[in-house]
Design a protein around this ligand. Sequence first.
Ligand code: ADP
Ligand code: MG
Length: 704
Amino acid sequence: MSAESTGTLKGRPEALFPLFADVETLPGVGPKSAKLLAVLRIEKPVDLLLTLPQSGIDRRKRASVLGADLPGVVTVEVTVGQHHAPARRGGAYRVAVEDAQTSFQIVFFRAHDEYLHRALPTGARRIVSGKVELFDGVAQMVHPDYMLPADEGAEIPDFEPIYPLTAGLTQGVMRKAVTGALTRLPDLAEWIDPGQKAQQGWPDWADALRTAHAPRTMADLGATHPARVRLAYDELMAHQLTLALARTQLKRSKGRTTTGSGTLQARVLAALPYKPTGAQTRAIAEISADMAREMKMNRLLQGDVGSGKTLVALNALLIAVEAGGQGVMMAPTEILARQHLEGLRPLAESAGVVLEILTGRDKGAERRAKLAALAAGNIHILVGTHAVFQKDVEFADLRLAIIDEQHRFGVRQRLELGRKGAAVDVLVMTATPIPRSLSLAQYGDMDISVLDEKPPGRKPIATALVNIARMGEVVERLRRAIAEGRQAYWVCPLVDESKMSDLSSAEERFRHLRAALGEGHVRLIHGQMPPEDKDAAMTAFQNGEASVLVATTVIEVGVDVPNASIMVIERAESFGLAQLHQLRGRVGRGSAASTCLLMYQSPLSESGERRLATMRDTDDGFRIAEVDLEMRGAGDVIGTAQSGLPRFRIADLEGQTALMAVAQSDARKLLSDDPDMTGPRGRAARVLLWLMERDQAIRLISVG
Ligand code: ADP
Ligand code: MG
């Protein structure tokens, strides 16, 4: 406990001390370099070791620049010819040289004659190494990296690693510091399963680092080199161990057996105007089996927008009620919480189940009355915003907690929730289709149910890109559409980070559309509106009183109005792919054919164009997520900071999905064989967690 509050953990294995010293203890690193290294998140020797060279320079000597790949680094022996000092100040100083087959020039800017005559005396043999480029057909080496007498050529390494740098830091400082750090490598016991290691041909940890820092060819720098794969695996393993530890801890903390009778579910099913899809039925079965187990449920329900997660949630909540308990569902926004209330209450009532809402808006006597009813068990199901988890909210017998649209919350909040209800089963739902590698990374501690099937009868959404210059035509088409009884969302641009400017653009559009389409037809909704106004606007749109809902991105998540069949997104290029997909998912929910107009302002950036084209070409959430991942990288896609996902230095989430899957099953197996991590491999794996600074995991093993 005290370790947590001070932020430092006790018990780091002594063998690791040299790697966790100050970087300034390394050769050639002073306060100035230390500051620069910190920019690269290198604060300790271990950070340096895990920062691998990203490329390399082949400096093997060749006979001539002739035939070399230019521009490129060339190392050749030359005979020095004439020097040509620049005619004017600031011009190029040229030295003619001749190698075994051709002549070329070595070029300097702002160099001293005296120095150059000493370095390259006319008539002498020299080995030079540097980047050669063609200028007007003449090969030139500008500012060589090396100029040595012919017999000292051995000083030039055949292959030089190139590290990521920051302004002011040189390769020389990096290499020297890395060399210093490598001398400190301790001999650590192996944490990888011996069979796995042998089968893959992976080196020991220390050897892997030595090899990775001493590439001899370009091939040694490839992500598939065994040394690099091993080091990537170590990172993934440390992460998966952390998740697996959290998972075992949850499973160990005794849950309760919650078995539904099925009676309430049957009544609700009878009241539904449709039949559940196969995927929904499957997910409900998985959840009900999990709830019936004595262990605590920690499950993710993943399903693209519109796949019908809410019905699955309702069934799970009913199981809790059938077993004599209560359930709670938390949504990320007030609008969504209200929508759940409106959609679910009639169904709940048809089964005699009491469903209530609790949000930040509940105050005073009304709130107290709800809390009392909850504590007395007179409310069976509670929906709401994060207000449902405030300290003074007590349940008579809470058995299930559901978080809707989990991606809006972070891993941290999820883990907090797990801590809160001691024996409460947890179901989190997300519509963000994320590629498998990321879901393994982010949800590796959970069991997963997937809704991979949409309710039948959905018509595909026709998506078109429209230049914003054609606004007039769009408004005209909209007028005709609403005359036919259709409803439309109009999403206003994401101007910048400031909410105020989003707001003013929405208000301006609202006035414009009202003037064009008629006062009564258009409503406005945005985040800063008083709550009652938001409700009123939403209700007017839901019951068809209003035809057009002008909105900021508050409608992005979860809003469900099946009759709405047109989505206009203004300045669509300013939105990210995931957001566009969520927004478009608001339509295509009813039986009418739907349209999505992505209005853009030209010229489009390359990435803007790719995003919009992706949206036009596919509505497959997983495909869209993959493009998103490719374009933005893992950290941004799920928001590293709040996702609780570590920043991997070596592992590549985009490229190493299979490795992540292996790490997950390995980590789970290691813990099931050795839950206390006290066996030889378990102890070695503890060292790995220290090495990778997985504090969260270390806390779990130190309490356990
Ligand atoms: P999401 O997974 O995005 O939360 P919802 O639960 O909001 O999706 O469901 C989207 C829409 O599909 C709702 O209008 C819901 O009533 C409807 N729906 C859900 N399941 C089915 C089904 N099996 N058949 C037909 N419509 C369904
Ligand atoms: Mg939903």
